[in-house]
Design a binder for this molecule. Structure first.
Ligand SMILES: NC(=[NH2+])NCCC[C@H](N)C(=O)O
Length: 294
């Protein structure tokens, strides 16, 4: 048990961060284990609620990959991936939209509201929040690169910051499902990491936090003792170019780089398997994950 002086020290360590981040926008990419495990889910929801109540302006962008796959299986649809991207026909995108918007999004909104926040769920279709266009898969074969049409997989063309600012100015927490809308009203499934980066960049957010299922970035991704607490944008770019970032982490690190270039103050890759990783990263000086900074 901590004695009362130790408890006070923990609380007072948060003061500079509460002061610095008061009134600032923080985008949280919520995915992975922290979305499946109930205990972790509650800790994330509590953390976001705390951020809100100490005066920050949180925005949540969530994923839903595994749940989409399991519902697709129930419908008897096989999932094929090309270069890590799900081949998405019209039926697949409508199932993805149903799961992301109808189920996962409303569940997060509901949990936040149960904890005393005012959360509002949005998909990219609400007020044209996420205008999207088709994203082609890059396939490398026999030293040649080709662009393959994989259906309704999208990339962000623009973010309607006006609707987000309207909501956060009125104290709501926007919760965004990564479904984009095309010129003709068609739906696109978009990688939630990229959506979070685009939202953070477009809003010039103070922070982008990405919850993952790893501790953070390693100097050598096969050596768990080479954990990096802080990384510059240039170092991150070099590490990608030199192939020193493991496959699954590349979109996350690329997202951090893009967000920083777009005007986000700081980005953080943190371990969503660790309860309260959001608080530990934001309100302590050493943090818990890897920060990527300008
Ligand atoms: N991984 C790290 N080194 N994190 C440090 C975080 C510092 C501070 N709490 C912030 O949010 O800006």
């Amino acid at each position: 048990m901590k004695n009362s002086l130790e408890t006070a020290a923990v609380l007072i360590e948060t003061l500079p961060y509460i002061q610095d981040f008061y009134g600032k926008t923080v985008v949280i990419k919520y995915g992975g284990n922290a979305m499946i495990n109930n205990e972790l889910k509650n800790s994330v929801i509590q953390d976001i609620t705390l951020l809100k109540y100490v005066g920050m302006r949180p925005i949540v962008v969530h994923g839903g990959g595994p749940e989409i796959t399991s519902v697709l299986n129930k419908f008897g649809k096989k999932t094929e991936f090309i270069s890590g991207l799900r081949v998405t026909d019209e039926e697949t995108v409508s199932i993805a939209e149903m799961v992301l918007v109808g189920k996962i999004n409303t569940e997060i909104v509901n949990l936040l509201n149960q904890h005393g926040s005012k959360a509002v769920g949005l998909s990219g279709k609400d007020a044209n929040l996420i205008l999207a266009k088709k994203h082609f898969a890059e396939v490398h074969e026999n030293g040649r690169v080709s662009m393959v049409d994989i259906g309704f997989v999208g990339e962000v063309e623009s973010i309607n910051t006006n609707i987000l600012n309207t909501l956060i100015d009125s104290d709501y927490i926007p919760v965004i499902a990564p479904i984009g809308v095309g010129k003709n009203g068609e739906s696109y499934n978009i990688n939630a990491d990229y959506v979070a980066g685009e939202v953070a960049g477009a809003l010039g957010a103070e922070k982008l936090l990405m919850l993952t299922d790893v501790e953070g970035i390693y100097r050598d991704y096969q050596d768990k003792s080479s954990f990096i607490s802080s990384l510059s944008l240039e170092e991150a770019q070099q590490m990608i170019a030199q192939g020193r970032i493991g496959g699954g982490m590349i979109p996350k690190v690329e997202t951090c780089i893009k967000a920083l270039q777009g005007g986000t103050g700081k980005t953080h890759i943190i371990d969503g398997r660790q309860p309260h990783s959001i608080l530990l990263e934001i309100f302590t000086s050493q943090g818990i994950g890897t920060q990527v900074v300008k």
